[in-house]
Ligand binder design. Structure first.
Ligand code: GLY
Length: 555
């Protein structure tokens, strides 16, 4: 069943997704044409790319409910026209009453779905605080101006896309468990048809309150009270105290070089930048371009680099406010050389021979990239975790809540349903941020902006971003080619290479199988929304991935 839905989502993506767009004033690439248009309109009104990104983020909470949100969290990487790069961490946090064993039964076994569904699955949301932090530091327009397009979209409604229709159909049982969710997304108890107008009045009212009263309304006023009340009434633990004390954090980016390019990405609590750095620094030891795009040897090297990076991810990475993450070591030349030297070109390294382990992650998230003519570049990945998050709408707020608590290791040292072992660095602790794979990234060369990119895809986020960068840098592809190219993924455990179906030569797969690699086929991996700068012609090219329903708008 899952597979059939996956295939239809891809066909739907191909039918409705837009092609690349070219502009010289500004460009936005997001999971929704409506949201991308909002971003361009904000820039036309005099806003910069940060203003546009904030407005896109709020618009996606309305028009892309599987992952766009104000009930979740994410990360933003910003490059200023002067070339300074900073990041905003608005990852969700565990509530004050959370504890390490909260998802285990009396025998110490994880209780099925408890960290995934309903009121107990949510971390304290960070998106509104994150956008406020970026607004305070970099914006030129008023806060209210950035929320009003989302208010209007929610109040007037918008036509349901094929992608949203299919997703709501797939999730109907789970989402109908909560009355507020059912009333919001299933008018008259049925899945809205493609093209039917979906009106989200409660969400419009909440967004308008936040627009008029400021971002703290979400955390300290009527909205906060209703979130806490409805969650606790349904057995959850997020309190008014948790909301009042939530803070987004500005952090240094992870920065490393790859074959002469400077890559800036997200630092912990996302594992994205660190693992991206480790994969690329490891493959830098091999002449991938000589081996050839998707040659057996190139695929082998990348797979082995991914395997080792994910093993280290599981062991070393967690919230840096709670756990001393050795970022410099993990992206160091020395470690990459050691990892590269350990790759045996004759055969696969069994994952059991590489220590440490991992926990599973959901693949639903969303990424948007924004650029303006002044040179402001913004890369944002945001999520509810699973598709439509926990499926719990918080009372009358219209806010769909995340199920991000599942991104913690819910039982350190205990094998999960896939036989994998979670890590102590990412164990649940009150007020801690759960580990993420989100990898919003900005690339420059000789101080000139080259690309802005990122993707959803849970654990596959990092490998998708890494492979698009290898396609651009090693294989000299255009951005359209690099995003379109078939992807593959290895995450240490399970010891299997996931490949996009129809994307790889059977001869290459056979050669790798003979070396000991196992393969599984997936319909699609990731949804990379990216921007390239065409310096020769002074233009920007916005490239949406065609795997879902993403779209670019340019001006
Ligand atoms: N929830 C997916 C991630 O944060 O990586």
């Amino acid at each position: 069943m899952k597979k059939i839905i996956g295939i239809w989502l891809v066909i739907g993506g191909l039918l409705f997704a837009q092609t690349f767009q070219v502009g010289s004033h500004g460009v936005v690439v997001s999971a929704s044409k409506l949201a991308s248009d909002v971003g361009v309109e904000i820039m036309q009104k005099g806003g910069n790319a940060v203003d546009a990104a904030i407005a896109v983020g709020f618009a996606l909470a309305v028009v892309y409910p599987p992952a766009g949100n104000i009930g979740g969290g994410g990360f933003m990487v910003v490059r200023t026209p002067d070339g300074d790069v900073t990041t905003f961490d608005f990852r969700e946090k565990a509530p004050r009453k959370a504890h390490r064993d909260m998802y285990l039964d009396k025998n110490g076994k994880p209780i099925e779905n408890l960290s995934l569904r309903g009121a107990l699955a949510s971390g304290v949301p960070g998106s509104v605080a994150g956008y406020a932090c970026a607004h305070e530091k970099f914006s030129t327009l008023d806060w209210r101006d950035l929320l009003m397009p989302a208010v209007e979209l929610a109040r007037a409604g918008y036509p349901v896309s094929y992608f949203i229709h299919t997703g709501l159909k797939y999730r109907q049982d789970r989402m109908s468990e909560c009355d507020a969710t059912r009333n919001m997304f299933y008018p008259n108890g049925r899945v809205p048809e493609i093209g039917e107008i979906l009106v989200l009045t409660d969400l419009a009212n909440t967004l308008e309150r936040i627009a008029n009263k400021g971002w703290r309304e979400f955390y300290q006023s009527k909205t906060a009270k209703e979130i806490a009340r409805s969650i606790q009434a349904a057995g959850g633990i997020i309190s008014e105290w948790d909301l009042k004390h939530y803070e987004a954090v500005e952090r240094e980016p992870v920065h490393f070089t790859y074959r002469g390019y400077d890559i800036f990405s997200m630092a912990p609590p996302s594992s994205g930048g660190v693992c991206l750095g480790q994969i690329l620094k490891t493959v830098e030891h091999f002449p991938l371009s000589q081996y050839g795009f998707q040659s057996a040897l190139a695929m082998q090297i990348v797979t082995e680099a991914e395997r080792r990076a994910y093993a280290n991810r599981a062991h070393f990475l967690g919230d840096p406010d709670f756990y001393d993450v050795p970022v410099d070591y993990l992206i160091s030349e020395a470690l990459a050389a050691e990892l590269a030297a350990a790759i045996d070109l004759e055969k696969a390294t069994p994952s059991q021979a590489v220590s440490h382990s991992l926990y599973p992650e959901s693949k639903e998230t969303t990424h948007f990239s924004v650029l303006d003519k002044e040179g402001w570049a913004v890369s944002v990945t945001t999520t509810l975790n699973g598709s439509y998050g926990s499926g719990f709408v918080a009372g009358k707020t219209g806010i769909l809540m995340n199920n991000e608590m599942d991104d913690f290791s819910i039982k350190p040292g205990y094998p999960n349903m896939f036989g994998l072992i979670g890590a102590a660095a990412n164990a649940i602790q009150p007020k801690k941020r759960m580990l993420s794979s989100m990898t919003p990234t900005i690339v420059t060369k000789s101080d000139s902006l080259m690309w802005i990119l990122g993707t959803p895809g849970g654990g596959t986020i990092i490998t998708s971003v890494a492979q698009v960068l290898m396609n651009l840098i090693d294989f000299d592809m255009t951005l359209v080619q690099a995003v379109d190219a078939p992807r593959f993924h290895h995450q240490w455990l399970p010891d299997v290479v996931s490949v996009e179906k129809y994307g790889f030569s059977p001869d290459v797969i056979r050669m790798l199988e003979q070396k000991g690699y196992c393969f599984e086929y997936q319909t699609a991996i990731g949804d990379v929304n990216a921007i390239a700068v065409d310096w020769e012609n002074d233009r920007f090219i916005g490239v949406p991935d065609r795997r879902r329903q993403s779209a670019a708008s340019a001006w």
